[in-house]
Design a protein around this ligand. Structure first.
Ligand code: DAH
Length: 340
């Protein structure tokens, strides 16, 4: 009897079941009221006492084997039915593909570029690996300027004339060298600095540079353009102020603050108690810079500005730590899924 049961188990394992009918037939053959198992139980009664234990165990094994076979075959058949042909229900709601979201830096960059596009600025781009001329010398940096230091700039080891650009101002030089004024461009891009990474600094970040060169461009034009930008980006009530500053490539130079407010404790902290936040650097393009790129400063004048995208995104979304932008943590990024 043991051999007979073992033969049945082997047969069950080999069997292939291709339809619900075959499944049901197999069930009846083994488990039905006149099925094989029923007969075997009858036969079991005649097994002599000492063998009962072993034969009983074999019978249990057979029962488990047929039940297991039927359950697995049922699952496979149901699955096939769902994905093929008749059983498929086209009205069933799908599982939902989670939508991705744009990175907050991309959204802010696009919004800033849109604002300038509307008043006639077009977009220009330049390389991330640059030479000394476009990053420093062409922008009137003196040879001993600290920005040229290894501590601040990533140089290419085999060629110290090459480096990762530390600002998008390098694209200004490329534009002035290759295009005739009038020039009205915005230049977004990644920049690199040899900084320790912290909540306020990173070795990679993004800037948008602006440049306008024409006959008779004045500081008043610069100020009005930046005020327009601030109102478009931060809202109609936005106020700006310009503080005198210094950059080698502009004269005069200024830093621009936008009024943030001083209502809450957080406002006090992020504005250091002043209510104002710095958003960009700007100025009138230094005549030396125009000359270096082949533009006659007797005929043309212009203004330039440069802003950090991360900083502006942090203000817009009240994000306290710059590192969030670079970690690609889906829990952070998902929060901006509506910011298309
Ligand atoms: N390049 C400057 C920086 O990275 C920002 C800047 C300041 C750009 C003044 C300008 C400008 O075009 O006029 O800090």
């Amino acid at each position: 009897m043991i051999d007979k049961i073992a033969g049945l188990i082997a047969n069950i394992e080999k069997k292939s079941i291709n339809s619900a009918e075959e499944l049901e037939a197999l069930r009846i053959e083994f488990l039905g009221r006149q099925g094989i198992l029923k007969d075997l139980r009858e036969e079991f009664k005649t097994v002599p006492g000492p063998e009962k234990r072993e034969v009983g165990m074999a019978l249990n094994e057979l029962k488990a084997s047929i039940e297991n076979k039927l359950a697995t075959a049922k699952e496979v058949l149901e699955e096939n039915e769902e994905t093929q042909g008749e059983g498929m229900d086209l009205t069933r709601p799908h599982g939902g593909v989670p939508l991705g979201s744009r990175h907050p830096i991309s959204v802010v960059r696009r919004d800033i570029l849109d604002i300038f596009n509307r008043i006639g600025f077009t977009v220009a781009e330049g390389p991330e690996i640059e030479d000394d001329w476009h990053v420093f010398s062409g922008l009137n940096f003196p040879p001993e300027h600290p920005a040229r230091d290894m501590q601040d700039t990533f140089f290419v080891e085999k060629n110290p004339d090459l480096m990762l650009r530390t600002h998008t101002s390098s694209v200004q030089v490329r534009a002035m060298e290759t295009q005739e004024p009038p020039l009205r461009i915005v230049m977004p891009g990644r920049v690199f600095r040899n900084e320790a990474i912290s909540a306020r600094a990173h070795c990679i970040f993004h800037q948008i540079e602006g440049l306008y060169i024409d006959k008779g461009v004045s500081f008043a034009d610069l100020k009005q353009t930046l005020l327009y930008f601030a109102k478009e980006f931060f809202g109609e009530d936005a106020k700006i102020r310009l503080r005198p500053s210094y950059f080698p490539f502009t004269e005069p130079s200024a830093e621009v603050d936008v009024y943030w407010g001083l209502k809450t404790e957080v406002d006090y902290r992020i504005t250091k108690g002043t209510g104002w936040l710095e958003i960009l650097g700007c100025g009138m393009v230094d005549p030396n810079v125009l000359k270096a790129s082949g533009i006659d400063p007797e005929i043309y004048s212009g203004y330039a500005f440069g802003m950090g995208i991360e900083r502006i995104a942090m203000l817009r979304h009240q994000i306290g730590d710059l590192r969030h932008f670079f970690e690609n943590d889906a829990r952070f990024l998902k929060q901006f899924s509506s910011a298309f």
